[in-house]
Design a protein around this ligand. Structure first.
Ligand code: NAP
Length: 333
């Protein structure tokens, strides 16, 4: 594994983290024996940056991680998030539409205790606001998060899907170490909206869904997604968009083969090549894919390779939106 520095913290994080969401949420059923084996393999590979959230499986993902962390807490830089709150009567935590955003200081105090308990740890290394609550002044949310740092419950702060303006405001109140945002070959808007701000402020970008939720690997079969799979809700995986994206993934995969790489590896190498301040968190529940993805850190792309990749993507412009209207309403506050 190779390592990158988180923001201005001096912390050395594996250049590829591990997104753990799919182990308990969003992508259908999974097998916890296999998930635990994958987490243990991540430790063997030196993948020390693990990403979870309180809302993944309504706490189940944090509990799953705690089983491995119990013996290996000091080997992992642990990131979790608060902000999506399930309605009390929600009996189906797979359905993210049943949640709402709460960035109030009152809720943050409760949420952090819940996460610490489920993770069975004394401290969270990186605590993100999963979404910015438009009904709470950002000063109040960040102030409450900063209190957690003072209390030693949290080490560093992060924001997810925040606007550049909010990031700047927040950073003035308390240093922000990381900004998490969807970023991949198919989702590049933040190159225009966020890159300049986060570079100027010395913040790391943690791209989520760096494989476009599996699409770019050319292995995703949307016809066979489980009923509960979150991707069924997203325009990108439907109708004409999906036809476009299948062709795109096929062409990208052929180019990857010509470089002796898999499409997943090439997509991750491309993200890593966009800046030293970028630390993606690809998700997988499978050991063999974890091993495959980890190899991406050893792929160097030339200027010609990067230009060829841009050309392939540009040939298939009908990619479709990453979220539906309701999900878009929750981002960029
Ligand atoms: N802040 C936010 O709002 C937010 C939103 C979404 C996600 N996240 C975080 O970001 C992490 C990563 O994002 P993500 O899981 O949504 O998407 P992703 O990393 O782009 O893709 C994950 C999907 O790709 C598949 N996959 C992984 N490696 C593969 C390979 N080598 N070949 C073929 N398929 C492969 C996985 O299937 P298998 O699991 O079956 O291998 C899974 O379906 C999440 O785990 C979560 O921690 C954050």
């Amino acid at each position: 594994m190779k390592y990158r520095t988180l923001g201005q913290t001096g912390e050395q994080l594996s250049s590829l983290g591990l997104g753990c969401m799919g182990m308990s949420f969003a992508y259908g059923n999974s097998d916890n024996t296999q998930n635990i084996a994958t987490l243990e393999k991540a430790l063997d590979l030196g993948i020390n940056f693990w990403d979870t959230a309180d809302m993944y499986g309504n706490g189940a993902n944090e509990v799953l991680l705690s089983k491995v962390l119990a013996k290996h807490r000091n080997k992992v830089f642990l990131a979790t998030k608060f902000g999506f709150r399930y309605k009390e009567d929600n009996s189906n935590p797979q359905n993210s539409l049943e949640s709402y955003i709460d960035g109030s200081p009152k809720w943050i105090k409760v949420a952090v205790e819940n996460s610490l308990k489920r993770l069975n740890t004394d401290v969270i290394d990186l605590y993100y606001a999963h979404r910015i609550d438009p009904n709470i002044p950002v000063e109040d949310t960040i102030g409450a998060m900063a209190d957690l740092v003072k209390q030693g419950k949290v080490r560093y702060l992060g924001l997810s899907e925040a606007s550049a303006e909010t990031i700047r405001k927040a950073h003035a109140i308390h240093p922000i170490a990381a900004v998490q945002h969807e970023y991949s070959l198919l989702t590049r808007e933040l190159e225009n909206t966020h890159f300049q701000t986060i570079r100027e402020l010395g913040i790391s970008l943690v791209p989520y869904s760096p494989l476009s939720r599996g699409l770019i690997t050319n292995k995703l079969d949307v016809g066979n997604l489980e009923e509960s799979d979150f991707r069924r809700q997203l325009p990108r995986y439907q109708g004409d968009n999906w036809k476009n994206n299948q062709n795109l993934a096929q062409a990208f995969s052929e180019f990857a083969q010509s470089k002796n790489a898999t499409a997943a590896q090439l997509a991750l190498a491309w993200i890593l090549a966009q800046g030293e301040n970028i630390i993606p968190i690809p998700g997988t529940r499978k050991i063999e894919r974890l091993v495959e993805n980890a190899e991406a850190v050893n792929i160097d792309l030339s200027t010609a390779d990067l230009a060829e990749i841009d050309m392939i993507i540009a040939k298939y412009p009908n990619v479709g939106a990453r979220y539906n209207a309701q999900q878009f309403a929750a981002v960029n506050h």
